[in-house]
Unconditional design. Structure first.
Length: 56
């Protein structure tokens, strides 16, 4: 959730700790309703309960 809200967090963490130490997990689901992405999947937050509209 934090990386979706502030994508620069990934860069900041890799600069501070080294890119070999940064791991990111992305929850995604098939698009439903009016949401469409080029892949047909969107990134979700809050354990998959909230869609972001960001293409996964």
């Amino acid at each position: 959730t934090a990386a979706i809200a502030d994508p620069s967090l990934i860069t900041k963490a890799s600069e501070r700790f080294g890119s070999q130490c940064v791991v990111l997990s992305v929850d995604a689901r098939r698009c439903v309703g009016d949401v469409t992405t080029s892949s047909g999947f969107e990134v979700t937050t809050h354990g998959g309960r909230r869609g972001t509209g960001v293409d996964a």
